[in-house]
Design a protein around this ligand. Structure first.
Ligand SMILES: Cc1cc2nc3c(=O)[nH]c(=O)nc-3n(C[C@H](O)[C@H](O)[C@H](O)COP(=O)(O)OP(=O)(O)OC[C@H]3O[C@@H](n4cnc5c(N)ncnc54)[C@H](O)[C@@H]3O)c2cc1C
Length: 390
C-alpha cells in the first residue's frame, strides 16, 4: 500500500468514527453552519463534538503548519482529506472569513510575531473575523477608499467608514484597508491593518437584506487607536496584500456547491414538480445539471493543477464568476419549475424545500456582487487571464 493509500484509509476510518451522522447531511440553512469566534454558537451537540474533534486534530486548518495550530498536512494529504470528506458528505466543522482569507495572507506576508498572535487562535476557531474593505464610494473601485489612518507614536488613529461588513456585529476582529498616505497614487497609499472590534470608537450598525436576513453592517471608526504593529506587509504596501486576499476570497466563493454555503440538490428539489412543468423545463434542468457537472470537473482539474504547484490564482476570477452565476441561475430555474409555490419564505402549507428555494433565490443574488461583482470578474479575466488591452 502506498503512503497516499495508507493516509486515505486512515483518514476515512477516522472520519467515519468521529463525524456524527447529522454532520454528514447537506447544509440546508444558516443554523447548520458553525461560525468560529469568542461568541461561538452550536445549534446541536453534534456540531460541538464535530468542531472540537476537528479542532483538536488541527483539521480546522489542515494545511497550516503545526507551529500555528494547523494540521501540518502537505498538499496531497490535504487533497485526500478533502476528497474523503466530500465522499462521506462531512460538513465543514467551522466557517470563518479569517481562515479562508486572512490566514493565507498572514502565512505569506505576516511577521513571525503576527503569525503566532493571530494564526494560533484562528486555527482553534476562537476569533471571528470580518472584512473591512468596501466603503460607500469604494466598492468595485476599491483603491478609492478613504478611511484614514494617521500615525501617532506607536499607533495609528483610524477614522472613517466601511460598509457591507459581513457579520461585523458578531466579529471579534476586522482586517481592513486604510489610507496611510493621502498624497500617494491611490494604490500606493494603502495599508492592510488588523483591528480589535472592541476598540473604543468602533460602532457597527446592521443592514437588513431583501431575504429578511441581516448579515452585514455599516462600520464607523471614530479616532480608533490601532497599534502600528498590526499593519501586515508594511505601511503603504497594503494593496498587494489586498489583491492576494481577494484571490483567496474568490477561491472560497468557488466552493459554494462543495459545502461552502447552504444549497439544494437541483434534481431532487425539482423532481416532484417536473411532470406538471412540461418538457421545456425538463430540458432546461438537464442543461443546468450538465453545467454544474462540468464546473465540478473543472474544480477538480484546478485542484490537480494546485497539486502540481501551477499558478491558478488568475483562474479564481473565472471560477468565482461561473460558480456564483450558476448558483443564482439554479434558483431562478427551480422557482420557474415550482411556479407560485416557490414564491414564499414562510407561507403556511408550503414545504421546507419551497421556502428554501425562495430564500436561496433571493440570497444567491448577492453572490454575484459580494467578493467583486460579475462585471469586475469579467474585467479581471479580460486583463489578467486573456491579456486583452484595457
Ligand atoms: C452579501 C454581500 C456581502 C459583502 N460582504 C462584504 C464584506 O464583508 N466586506 C466588504 O468590505 N465588502 C463586502 N461586500 C461588498 C462588495 O465587495 C461590494 O458590494 C462589491 O465589490 C461591489 O461594490 P459596490 O456595492 O460599491 O458597487 P459598485 O462598485 O458601485 O458597482 C455598481 C455596479 O456597477 C458595476 N461596475 C462598477 N465598476 C465597473 C467597471 N469598471 N466595469 C464594469 N462594471 C462596473 C458593478 O458590476 C455593479 O453592477 C459584500 C457585498 C455583498 C452583496
Amino acid at each position: 500500500m502506498s503512503e497516499g493509500d495508507a493516509f486515505r484509509a486512515e483518514t476515512r476510518q477516522w472520519l467515519l468514527a468521529n463525524c456524527p451522522s447529522s454532520m454528514r447531511e447537506p447544509l440546508r440553512n444558516d443554523d447548520d453552519m458553525v461560525w468560529g469566534g469568542s461568541r461561538i454558537v452550536f445549534h446541536s451537540e453534534d456540531q460541538r463534538v464535530w468542531f472540537e474533534r476537528m479542532r483538536d486534530r488541527g483539521w480546522l486548518v489542515p494545511g497550516w503548519p503545526r507551529a500555528y495550530g494547523g494540521g501540518g498536512l502537505g498538499p496531497r494529504e490535504q487533497r485526500i482529506l478533502e476528497q474523503e470528506m466530500r465522499s462521506l458528505g462531512c460538513r465543514q466543522p467551522q466557517y470563518n472569513l479569517g481562515i479562508w482569507m486572512l490566514g493565507p495572507v498572514l502565512l505569506e506576508f505576516g511577521t513571525e510575531e503576527q503569525k503566532l498572535e493571530h494564526l494560533v487562535p484562528m486555527a482553534r476557531g476562537e476569533i471571528r473575523w470580518c472584512q473591512g474593505f468596501s466603503e460607500p464610494n469604494a466598492g468595485s473601485d476599491l483603491a478609492s477608499l478613504r478611511t484614514a489612518a494617521v500615525r501617532d507614536g506607536d499607533d495609528f488613529i483610524v477614522t472613517g467608514q466601511k460598509i457591507w461588513t459581513s457579520q461585523g456585529d458578531k466579529a471579534d476582529w476586522m482586517y481592513a484597508l486604510v489610507r496611510t498616505d493621502p498624497a500617494a497614487k491611490k494604490q500606493e497609499g494603502i495599508s492592510f491593518i488588523l483591528l480589535d472590534m472592541k476598540s473604543p470608537g468602533v460602532s457597527v450598525r446592521p443592514i437588513e437584506l431583501i431575504s429578511g436576513r441581516s448579515e452585514f453592517c455599516e462600520t464607523h471608526f471614530d479616532a480608533v487607536r490601532v497599534p502600528a504593529r498590526n499593519v501586515i506587509g508594511g505601511t503603504n504596501q497594503g494593496w498587494r496584500v489586498a489583491k492576494r486576499l481577494l484571490e483567496h476570497e474568490r477561491a472560497a466563493m468557488s466552493k459554494f456547491t462543495e459545502g461552502g454555503a447552504p444549497t439544494l440538490d437541483a434534481l431532487a428539489t425539482a423532481a416532484p414538480y417536473l411532470a406538471a412543468a412540461g418538457p421545456v423545463w425538463r430540458d432546461r434542468l438537464a442543461a443546468a445539471l450538465m453545467d454544474q457537472q462540468a464546473f465540478a470537473l473543472t474544480v477538480r482539474r484546478m485542484q490537480e493543477m494546485l497539486l502540481a504547484r501551477e499558478d491558478v490564482a488568475p483562474l479564481s476570477a473565472i471560477m468565482k464568476l461561473v460558480q456564483t452565476e450558476q448558483e443564482s441561475a439554479k434558483y431562478e430555474l427551480l422557482q420557474q419549475i415550482m411556479g407560485q409555490r416557490g414564491l414564499t419564505m414562510d407561507g403556511k402549507g408550503h414545504t421546507a424545500d419551497e421556502q428554501a428555494v425562495c430564500r436561496l433565490w433571493l440570497y444567491t443574488k448577492s453572490y454575484t456582487i459580494a467578493g467583486g461583482s460579475s462585471e469586475i470578474q469579467l474585467n479581471i479575466i479580460a486583463r489578467r487571464v486573456l491579456g486583452l488591452p484595457g
